[in-house]
Design a protein around this ligand. Sequence first.
Ligand code: NDP
Length: 355
Amino acid sequence: MAGKSAAQTVLVTGASGFIAAHVTQQLLRAGYRVRGTVRSLQNEAKVEPLRKLCPDAKHELELVEADLLKPDSWKSAVEGCSHVIHVASPFPNAPPKDENSVCKPAVEGTTSVFKACEQAGTVKRVVLTSSFATVSGGLGTTPNYHYTENDWPDPDKMLPYEKSKLLAEKAGWDYVKNMKGINKFELAVMNPGLVLGPILSGTYCTSMEVPKRLMLREMPALPKIILPIVDVRDVAEAHIRAMTLPEAVGQRHMLISGSMWMLEMALVLQKEFKSQGYKIPTLIAPKLALQIASLFDPTLKYLIPSLEIVASFDKKRFTDVLGIKPIKNEDSLIEMAYSMIENGFLPKKPAYRKP
Ligand code: NDP
């Protein structure tokens, strides 16, 4: 185990992302020294919101450049850190044509970060942001299945993004298993469901996709699917607890506080935003119509096996071990939609094309 003399500096990779910005803010508020990585310090849209995260922080946020595809960029980023929260990974809002565009940075990036941690010799623990997709494989297809951290899907049956997360998490576990010598560090893995809640980062992220599609009526009717949900503030808190809690070492943690049908999400948004001019769709798309449409739309094809499938999720590690008292799914959804309006990702006064 690395020496205890290392300063309590925490590295957050991809600090400007939706989840990582909350992790960074909570760490700063708790008084940690925080170093965050961004791909370019010249990118004002990403860097400026980070400067405002915690104006009265005990230690000013340090920002450095690092890229998952540039192995050499991680040595100086990790130098002197006692903990690393590795969040950065591509999260596209549509399946890419070439799976390598996500798998390569996810897997090689994880290996580069872990190698730099071992070489630094000061890192005690890494918390890796994986995904619930590495437990379920994507949207569930087995009726009434109860998911636990012991579940691992088959990578050959997964879409590119989900596969990138699975291969990256496996690369992380393999790296730690094969480490020898005094620079060994511990690993805790976080597996969040769909993360919702207020936005601190200045740029669009894939988590906004479902609320945006509902608020802008981009889908005329709703597929009958259920989504596992968790609030971004709870996800950030879980990462920080996992950084020091002895029970988190060597474990995966499903971060899911509940689940909602798309229709339930639509009804929550309709109740809150109808009076503000938003026309949220609340019709369920018939299965047959979706099956026909899926012949022409590959995204829909992926949904078909998950239609009407109900699953449940083990929350023990999230609530009992990490001790999180989850924010209600409805509140996360509403706060995210308001935050998207405030930050210009949704219009204050929506205009819809006539059908
Ligand atoms: P964001 O897209 O907001 O954040 C992704 C971060 O990864 C960004 O900071 C991005 O940097 C960084 N990144 C991507 N590619 C590279 C690269 N080549 N080099 C360096 N940094 C890179 O998404 P989220 O915050 O939502 O997701 C963060 C993590 O959480 C991801 O690992 C995602 O898979 C995981 N996750 C997210 C869920 C969700 O619902 N949001 C659910 C489950 C898991 P840049 O800003 O420069 O693009």
